[in-house]
Design a binder for this molecule. Structure first.
Ligand SMILES: Nc1ncnc2c1ncn2[C@@H]1O[C@H](COP(=O)(O)OP(=O)(O)OP(=O)(O)O)[C@@H](O)[C@H]1O
Ligand SMILES: O=P(O)(O)OC[C@H]1O[C@H](OP(=O)(O)OP(=O)(O)O)[C@H](O)[C@@H]1O
Length: 221
């Protein structure tokens, strides 16, 4: 990364973005109008700040772009950060949006018949195999993970496995698919993330953006 390049802020497509847009406005960032064109194939956008561009990427990819220094700053859920555990990512600020939690879920019969403290091996469908393995390993349980990218709730229904690890917000997806929450793993919200080397090489600019986001979050509270 050269010092005179525009800073790049990676934003996630999808549900976090909707909640982040008002926050960006409060930091003083206005993204070029093409960003709002849902049919646009453009991926990198100018902002009203001459030295700041925005990229729009998939949720999990925000962390990857920032970890490798392709983006200097980004916004990602701590579910994504926990899954990757990239040491190059510094997450200084909870943006207080994108709230949900991560949980183990399964059919109600399982909950009634099973005692979680007695598990020694579990098979789990999840988008988060690393978090799932770590979570069960710390209790001495080996988790065999089946990686799915969505619709995890179908897995117990169709006999793929009995348990899932997924995000829960209102609980309506679990309910609609006849599942219940068994254990809560972590609280989730979106974080401002920073590439650590960028913070070292461009401390004034990157530090200034951390402060601006902090003010924007406090202003919203
Ligand atoms: N109810 C929820 N379900 C899923 N994610 C949620 C929920 N509430 C907040 N989030 C946050 O939003 C992020 C998921 O965003 P979104 O659903 O737009 O992406 P996705 O479709 O899962 O991912 P992809 O980029 O792979 O398409 C999660 O990483 C989490 O931090
Ligand atoms: O508790 P709720 O309010 O019902 O929200 C939780 C659901 O939302 C997410 O799925 P998403 O809508 O992103 O679809 P997906 O299954 O394709 O990931 C998540 O994976 C759960 O399935």
């Amino acid at each position: 990364m050269r010092g005179n390049e525009a800073l790049v802020l990676a934003l996630p497509k999808g549900r976090i973005l909707q909640q982040v847009v008002p926050l960006l406005a409060r930091t003083g960032i206005e993204i070029e109008p093409e960003f709002d064109n849902e049919h646009s194939r453009q991926l990198r956008f100018k902002t009203n700040i001459p030295n700041l561009d925005v990229i729009r990427v998939r949720n999990f990819d925000v962390a990857t772009f920032v970890a490798f220094g392709a983006a200097h700053l980004g916004i990602a859920g701590n579910d994504v950060l926990m899954e990757f555990s990239y040491p190059e990512i510094y997450a200084p600020l909870d943006l207080k949006v994108g709230h949900c939690h991560m949980a183990v879920a399964g059919p109600p019969g399982l909950l009634a018949a099973d005692e979680p403290t007695r598990w020694s091996h579990v098979r789990v469908a999840t988008k988060y195999p690393e978090i799932t393995k770590r979570y069960f390993a710390q209790r001495g349980v080996q988790a065999e993970c089946i990686k799915l990218n969505g619709a995890m709730e179908l897995a117990p229904l169709l006999g793929l496995c009995r348990r899932i690890v997924d995000l829960v917000q209102t609980g309506s997806t679990l309910k609609a698919n006849g599942l219940v929450e068994i254990e809560r793993i972590a609280e989730i919200s979106s974080r401002l993330i920073v590439n650590r080397p960028a913070l070292k090489t461009r401390p004034d600019e990157v530090g200034d953006w951390i402060r601006r986001f902090e003010e924007a979050v406090n202003h919203a509270a």
